[in-house]
Design a binder for this molecule. Sequence first.
Ligand code: PEP
Ligand code: MN
Length: 261
Amino acid sequence: MEIKKITDWGIFDSYPLFIAGPCSVETPEQLDSTVGELAKLGFKIIRGGVWKPRTRPNSFEGLGSIALPWIQDLQLKYNVQFAIEVASPYHVEQALEHGIGIFWIGARSTVNPFTVQEIANSLRGLDVPVFVKNPVNPDLALWIGALERINQAGIKRLGAIHRGFSNFNDKVYRNSPTWQIPLELKTRYPDIPLINDPSHISGRRDLILPVSQMALDLNFDGFIIESHIDPDKAWSDSAQQLKPTALNDLIRQLQTRIPAV
Ligand code: PEP
Ligand code: MN
């Protein structure tokens, strides 16, 4: 695969990189206050779920296109860029129309080669950063296959997100980290930036720090972490979201490795 080094992507000015923001875009006020706080703390790339792949029906499935103009306004207001999940060519087209140009493919889409290929086709000819989350099941080949499909559409600013794997009876994690899978990906494709998603691995706030520290110790390139102005009132994933200030404190507690001389 032909991959551009993360330091040459032109959108991250620090390393390891951080993407932070709410699980879901909920209201103009929730988004403005969350992004405003994050921007004040120095975060430049904001996540926000617009189309939400919920496992079961009758839960909040995202606002859809109605949220896109809010995002567009806030990108200008706070000089930040948004990253959103896309699960279809329609999502890609809608996002681009509203000036959103960083995408990720969710764990439930990565499992489906038809879906991934359709998204890849809709990205052909564009130079946009795209991250591919691991599939929900611990299948490295499926993850690599999705990365290859996106790369073969010409996307060179391509990254991988480790968000853990579905399990039946893990007593600790929401999604088991099974670290050997992302590490094997890193061994085989050292040029693909590898980002950790401690929020969806942990499922609860108190695990985010130890999971992030583990990722840092294992040489991950960065993080995507959920942050909400009022986590307890969040419409999705409330137990794992951190207030922007708490996220900032957590990052300060991470012990960076001293490079060997
Ligand atoms: C998300 O990032 O909000 C999300 C739904 O993640 P995943 O695809 O990892 O479940
Ligand atoms: Mn979430």
